[in-house]
Ligand binder design. Structure first.
Ligand code: AOF
Ligand code: ZN
Length: 351
């Protein structure tokens, strides 16, 4: 199963909106077939592994990181392919909660195949954390990227923020962008930084993430990189704004407002509806703070650079003040890593 998970990881940047899935077919210790899902619309992991195994699939055990599908999607059900190939036993890591409960599992059992579930389930769910989040909670897994100085600042008072972290950290960010289905920002960042929010990784084939701009009053200026049409882009605005020619190269949609801005629950529901699994956020303190305070930020990807930006520089996130230590926000550290001179922490709110 560990091998199957490593195969599944090969689809990290390309399976969107499908899950990353790997499959190993073996007789005891002897591996006779391997496969992984590469792109939506193309065959599933099991199909490649069965092709690889050929006749040797008969009587073998198939290790699959996700429950083999029992329904006909863009491709025929993998459960049927495993049955037809004469596989004797299927070991799956995680259930496929996007299909009718047990659709694949039951089909296999009905055909007399021994099925076991749960081997390395946590690792398998983590690999598809966005897929499961979208299916089970109706919104993407939200990962907020932040880069700060040692004194917890992200930009000077005028908004200047270019090059707080070094080259290695910036390259790392590109990979997190590439694995995400969409990248979210706000019009404040569009105005201050004019980011492109595209993926610049020549050596990593990927599905280009959808750029999503929250622009309540449609303030993104003419000529902004985000409006250049170089990547799929969605501009979300409030009911009082109407897109003009500035927005001709992008898609626009209206979202209801709350007293603090565009309704984030609606935004996330809308993105889930478009198949967004992992949502990467690169935005200013207001949007990042709003997501975090609302419990909508599932992970923080925090780069800490060995610089000091001084008192008037902007804080990490705009959060309501606390008067009681007992109410402090607590985060669990998932991992920590050194990238050049910078430090990267991955954190998740403690629930
Ligand atoms: C598997 N093995 O490798 C994957 C599965 O549109 P389709 O036909 O590609 O079906 C997509 C659905 O199939 C997806 O939502 C998920 O439920 C399942 N993905 N299943 O048995 C695979 N990628
Ligand atoms: Zn399948």
């Amino acid at each position: 199963m560990a091998r199957a998970l490593r195969l599944a990881e090969r689809g990290l940047y390309t399976t969107q909106p499908n899950p990353r899935v790997g499959c190993v077919i073996a007789h005891g210790e002897e591996v006779v077939g391997e496969g992984w899902h590469e792109r939506a619309g193309e065959p599933h992991a099991e199909v490649y592994a069965l092709r690889d195994a050929g006749e040797r699939a008969r009587g073998a055990t198939a290790y699959v990181t996700l429950e083999p599908c029992g329904l006909h999607g863009r491709t025929p059900p993998c459960a049927d392919a495993l049955i037809a190939a004469g596989v004797a036993r299927v070991v799956m890591a995680s259930e496929d909660t996007s299909q009718a409960v047990g659709a694949g599992l039951q089909r296999l059992r009905d055909a007399g195949i021994v099925v076991e579930a749960g081997l390395m389930r946590d690792a398998a769910r983590e690999l598809n954390i966005g897929f499961f989040h979208r299916i089970e909670r109706g919104r993407p897994f939200v990962r907020v990227k932040l880069a700060m100085s040692l004194d917890g600042r992200t930009a000077l008072a005028d908004g200047t923020s270019k090059w707080i972290t070094g080259e290695a950290a910036r390259h790392d960010v590109q990979r997190w962008r590439a694995r995400s289905s969409a990248i979210l920002t706000g019009s404040g960042t569009a105005l201050a930084d004019d980011p492109r929010l595209t993926v610049r990784l020549d050596d990593v084939p990927h599905v280009p993430p959808l750029r999503v701009v929250l622009d309540r009053a449609l303030r993104t200026p003419r000529g902004a990189n985000l409006l250049d049409g170089s990547a799929p882009t969605l501009v979300l605005h409030g009911p009082l704004a109407t897109p003009d020619q500035r927005f001709d190269a992008v898609e626009c949609a209206e979202v209801p407002e709350t007293d603090t801005g565009l309704d984030l629950d609606v935004v996330l529901g809308m993105l889930a509806g478009r198949g967004v699994n992992e949502l990467h956020v690169e935005a200013g303190p207001t949007l990042c703070g709003a997501l975090f305070a609302a419990g909508l930020a599932d992970e923080l990807l925090l780069y800490v650079a060995p610089v000091l930006l001084g008192d008037r520089a902007r804080p990490l996130m705009a959060l309501p003040p606390l008067d009681d230590m007992a109410r402090r926000w607590q985060l669990a550290v998932l991992d920590r890593r050194v990238l050049g001179e910078d430090l990267r922490l991955r954190l998740r709110p403690k629930s």
